[in-house]
Ligand binder design. Structure first.
Ligand SMILES: Cc1cc2nc3c(=O)[nH]c(=O)nc-3n(C[C@H](O)[C@H](O)[C@H](O)COP(=O)(O)OP(=O)(O)OC[C@H]3O[C@@H](n4cnc5c(N)ncnc54)[C@H](O)[C@@H]3O)c2cc1C
Ligand code: FES
Length: 482
């Protein structure tokens, strides 16, 4: 399951860290957030290195839809209500400025990344009240927005909000060009961070400042990000013979679709759910039947899924990691809007490390607490963690290992012990402990990806127990044959 971007481009390999070194700034993670932050720090003359556990762009960035937009669902009327107009302005400005910065960078470095200016649309098939309100709120905050009732989509919408002057690109081509002159160590995983020392599997790094751009911070305390974020997954098909859309589209309803074109390829997505809550599967088949309904001639040539971190109040955590660690910075919680949010992170964190104040920083502060939106969400997060933990003890699994049909997986109980089991098409059985190595929640089977996913904070593992997505740092502890 390779994304369209991996199908069409590969980034040159970099070497790993060999031995110990010291630097002014160490950035953990070479996704879009880490690379952009390192770029702007280096541009300011601040010595910066990036350490990447795997390869550049190999995290969630390779699975993005790569719409560069400040249209983050219907966020603006909510921001005005929950944060007030001043902070809503900070958010709107930072994200519109991020789009302008992408344009500048692509032109300054002459990056060949299929960058195109486009309009972005948020549509509804249901009640239009929220979208009408959203168009007014966004305009009030300085965004070129408009409420419309007709689109080029193959189905009739009830209404839509259009944001003009947005953009789209090929994220891996872009990343490769921006990374070109940066110091990056691939296959170098940070195992521990203590004050200004990073311990990796390849050596130790001493850094005056540390930036956690690793998608989900893997340090549990301080910061306690695991209490304030979960992950949400969505699914995509890339197909030819469908259509050529001029705009980039996203549905207001969670059950709706995301559409954009890349050259003659349509990206058609949906099926969003909390990571670890897809044990029935069927996301790709539901997308395929919708696609056929809208575009009967469409020919799928690849499909993939990805996930992102969702914060309690819907605004990313960008800035100082925690008050007890003044030299640590974090960029996370992008809520599936990581293109502009990564650019905001890069601008904000590089300025803060250079000792400059940023007027739009307060809305993104990781130390904020917005009682109206956060209190209920915090309670929900706590309930999820509790649910995950207690399920291990109280909820009996229905399946047994023998009953599993070929090509199926699940959680089964044998002699009061729970196991994560997958039986492949040849009848081979793979067994792992279903206990998440992050904080011990019970993993759940995801039949669409043949993976075991954690409902608490979104770590994911292959059916043989290898780590796919953090915040867990290690593979599942007990596997068959261990
Ligand atoms: C389905 C989907 C569609 C999306 N579409 C859009 C869109 O159209 N527009 C938009 O703006 N956003 C979109 N997003 C969101 C966007 O893709 C993400 O927010 C963004 O890619 C996250 O980038 P990142 O750099 O934070 O994380 P990543 O790309 O995951 O990078 C983090 C890196 O850190 C590394 N790492 C982790 N732990 C360690 C460690 N211990 N040591 C060293 N390295 C480590 C990882 O290997 C990884 O490479 C979408 C998200 C999803 C799920
Ligand atoms: S990801 Fe935190 S317990 Fe699994």
């Amino acid at each position: 399951m390779v994304s369209l971007w991996e199908e069409t481009y590969s980034i040159a390999k970099r070497g790993e860290l060999t031995g110990n070194l010291s630097t002014e700034v160490a950035v953990i993670g070479a996704g879009i957030a880490g690379i952009l932050t390192a770029y702007y720090l280096t541009k300011r003359g601040i010595q910066t290195i990036v350490v990447e556990a795997n390869r550049i762009g190999s995290g969630q960035t390779k699975g993005t839809t790569a719409k560069i937009t400040s249209q983050h669902e219907d966020i603006y009327h909510k921001l005005i209500e929950q944060f007030g107009e001043e902070k809503a302005k900070q958010y709107a400005f930072a994200n519109e400025h991020a789009i302008a910065e992408y344009k500048n960078l692509v032109s300054e470095l002459q990056i060949d990344c299929d960058f195109e200016e486009k309009s972005s649309y948020l549509y509804t098939l249901e009640d239009t009240t929220l979208l009408q309100e959203e168009a007014i709120s966004a305009r009030k905050l300085g965004i070129d927005s408009e409420y419309i009732t007709e689109t080029e989509l193959p189905f009739q919408v009830k209404g839509a909000v259009k944001f003009a002057n947005q953009a789209q690109f090929h994220p891996l081509k872009f990343l490769s060009a921006v990374a070109e002159n940066l110091t990056i160590y691939e296959n170098t995983k940070v195992l521990e961070v203590e004050d200004n020392i990073l311990r990796t599997n390849r050596g130790e790094i001493t850094a005056k400042y540390i930036v956690f751009a690793c998608h989900y911070p893997f340090i549990n305390a301080p910061g306690f990000y695991f209490l304030r974020m979960h992950q949400d997954r969505s699914y995509f098909l890339a197909c030819k013979n469908a259509t050529t859309l001029n705009g980039m589209y996203r549905s207001l309803e969670k059950t709706g679709y995301s559409l954009r074109c890349y050259k003659d390829v349509l990206l058609f997505g949906g099926g969003s759910h909390r990571t670890g809550e897809n044990s029935h599967g069927g996301q790709y088949s539901a997308l395929r039947s919708a696609l056929t309904q809208f575009y009967p001639e469409a020919k799928e040539f690849t499909h993939w899924s990805a996930q992102d971190c969702m914060t309690l109040d819907g605004v990313p955590y960008i800035g100082q990691f925690s008050s007890g660690k003044p030299n640590w910075y974090v960029a996370t919680g992008f809520g599936k809007w990581g293109m502009t949010s990564s650019m905001v992170s890069a601008q904000l964190i590089s300025s803060q490390i250079a000792g400059e104040e940023v007027w739009y920083a307060p809305v993104f502060s990781p130390e904020r607490f917005t009682p109206k939106s956060s209190a209920k969400a915090l309670l929900d997060e706590g309930m999820h963690a509790i649910k995950g933990l207690t399920r291990r003890i109280f909820q009996l699994p229905k399946a047994t290992e023998e009953e599993l049909p070929l090509g199926h997986g699940g959680i089964i109980e044998v002699e009061e012990e729970k196991y994560g089991v997958y039986k492949n098409e040849k009848g081979e059985i793979f067994i792992i402990s279903p206990k998440c190595p992050h904080l011990g929640c019970q993993l759940e089977w995801n039949p669409d990806e043949l993976s075991f996913d954690c409902p608490c904070h979104g770590s994911r593992f292959t059916y043989t127990g290898e780590l796919i997505d953090n915040p867990a740092q290690t593979d599942v502890v007990d596997k068959k044959g261990d």
